[in-house]
Design a protein around this ligand. Structure first.
Ligand code: TNX
Length: 512
């Protein structure tokens, strides 16, 4: 490193106007920032190097190079040994085992005039760090400081670490189907704000969206419809793998959900032996909930689920499998409990931890299973007492499908209207009375899709609120301040416009 810097020829000093790293509009706001008021001049003579200790780090370097190209047009080499190019400045991405790097996702940035050093314990941490770096690149270059275009990055140090281990978004691809490209775009934006999980709600009454090779009718029949009568759709296993890999390149884990025993009309229409509600089956394109159930008494239902879960687990590098479990209004309580306990065993047999919506706490679930709170706090406190970790998705604060107000074009309002400030103004660590901090795995913002069917509509509901949840999931509570946040949010327009995100331009923010 030192040798690399030392063998560079002397170069003219650039007199940067005074900068303030502490005032940079970063979201999520880092734990600690120290400004040194100078700048690193990002330009064509900048090179990216990565430590060779982990090949995944080079990928992080490549990702940074691509994104710098996207936002500035600069073409920066990664780990180039080509001496003919004059390298005046460098960005070095390094793996370090410093005690101040608290978690796998922690990172430190040291930005000086001629070098940027990014330290992390893992490639995931380095990836989070380069999102910070991306956010520090000014929208426009400065063309007057030297004879070529230069993007001054404010100098100083950042020491940063996530508040929660789990920072998720959920997308319902069952009520309306979303294409691979639409989900990828969502992943891009989530990655920019340091999310690490995308939960995909793959099945519901209206559709089954993932190919299962041993039970092909699930998608041949169950994939062919959606809310409103549109043509539906599904992911082949090859396409799903592509999505999982695309997410993994962004250090995002996909959590697959098969919602059951309720929310299963599409599966039962495909294979009627699954049905437990005793009524004739037909495809469903409305938006009611709670009318369908699997038959919890049949062994064949569990062998079917063993196949389905087995195939999905093969496509799932992450630790979790979500079994839904919500709103099973036509399942007898004793059947519901039996079903959850049996399915939990199947999931565990396949080597994954179960996640379920809060109702699953009615069953005797094991402490390695995770409970996702959406409507009833008593289930979360009970599961936490029994040793489970909790994901917080309280509908009245964290549901992306709730309308902003009564004039909102899309969304529902059964839980609340959630304007952008109210989506942000709550403290997940203290929100649920009696829930110990250590029991909180993290937060997740679900986007149900009864009222939305394409990227434009999805982005209207998700943004800007999902940006606020990113901060609530990452930044210490003392940094979460609406007045300060809304100023930083206003400055996201450069990114959001360039990325062509159809965000909802709330009047609560003075968009730049
Ligand atoms: C409740 S939240 C549901 C979903 C709906 C959503 C609409 C939850 C676990 N179940 O089936 O799509 O409300 O907001």
């Amino acid at each position: 490193l030192i040798a690399m810097a030392a063998c560079q020829p002397a170069k003219p000093e650039i007199n940067f106007p005074k900068t303030d790293l502490g005032a940079a509009p970063l979201i999520p706001k880092p734990v600690k920032t120290v400004a040194t008021h100078s700048a690193f001049g990002l330009d064509q003579n900048t090179a990216i190097y990565t430590s060779t200790t982990d090949p995944k780090l080079e990928k992080v370097g490549q990702f940074l190079s691509e994104k710098i190209k996207w936002s500035t047009g600069l073409d920066l080499a990664v780990n180039s040994s080509d001496d003919s190019k004059s390298v005046e400045r460098f960005i070095y991405i390094n793996l370090a085992d410093d005690a101040s790097l608290e978690t796998a996702e922690s990172y430190q940035l040291d930005i000086k005039k001629d070098s940027i050093l990014l330290n992390a314990k893992t490639a995931a941490g380095a990836f989070r760090g380069i999102q910070t770096l991306r956010q520090l690149i000014p929208e426009k270059s400065n063309d007057t400081l030297t004879d070529h275009a230069l993007w001054p990055i404010p100098s100083g140090q950042i020491v940063d670490s996530p508040k929660f281990e789990y920072r998720g978004a959920m997308l319902d691809v069952a009520r309306h189907f979303f294409t691979l490209d639409e989900v990828k775009k969502y992943l891009d934006i989530l990655a920019y704000y340091k999310y690490n999980t995308l939960h995909l709600h793959l099945t519901d009454d209206q559709g089954w969206r993932l190919e299962i090779k041993s039970w092909p009718k699930l998608t041949e029949v169950g994939g062919e419809f959606e809310v409103g009568g549109g043509k539906g759709g599904f992911y082949t296993q090859e396409e799903y793998k592509e999505l999982v890999a695309y997410a993994a390149d962004r250090h995002i884990t996909i959590v697959p959900e098969v919602d059951m025993p309720g929310h299963t009309n599409a599966a039962s229409v495909s294979y009627p032996f699954l049905n437990g509600n005793g009524k004739p089956l037909k495809t469903y394109t409305g938006t009611q909930v709670g009318f369908s159930t699997f038959d919890a008494q049949k062994d064949t239902v569990y062998s079917f689920l063993d196949d389905v879960i087995g195939e999905i687990v093969e496509l799932t590098p992450g630790p979790y499998f979500h079994m839904g479990g919500d709103e099973s209004h036509v399942t007898k309580k004793s059947d519901y409990i039996l079903f959850v306990e049996k399915v939990e065993k199947i999931i565990q047999k396949h080597g994954k931890q179960m996640v379920g919506w809060n109702e699953v706490a009615q069953a005797d679930i094991s402490s390695s299973s995770v409970l996702q709170l959406w409507n009833e706090a008593k289930y979360a406190t009970k599961a936490a007492q029994d040793g489970s970790k909790i994901i917080l998705s309280p509908a009245e604060k964290a549901y992306l499908d709730m309308q902003y107000d009564s004039l909102s074009k899309f969304g529902l309002h059964w839980a609340a209207y959630i304007p952008v400030d109210e989506a942000y103004n709550w403290n997940p660590e203290t929100y649920i009375e009696g829930l110990p901090r250590e029991s909180i795995l993290g937060i997740e913002a679900p986007l149900w899709s009864e009222t939305i069917s394409n990227s434009t509509e999805m982005e209207y509901l998700a943004f800007p609120r999902a940006i606020g949840y990113a901060e609530l999931g990452w930044s210490p509570a003392e940094h979460c301040n609406w007045e300060d946040y809304r100023q930083r949010l206003a400055q996201q327009v450069a990114y959001l416009n360039k990325k062509q995100v159809a965000y909802y331009p709330t009047k609560l923010v003075d968009w730049k």
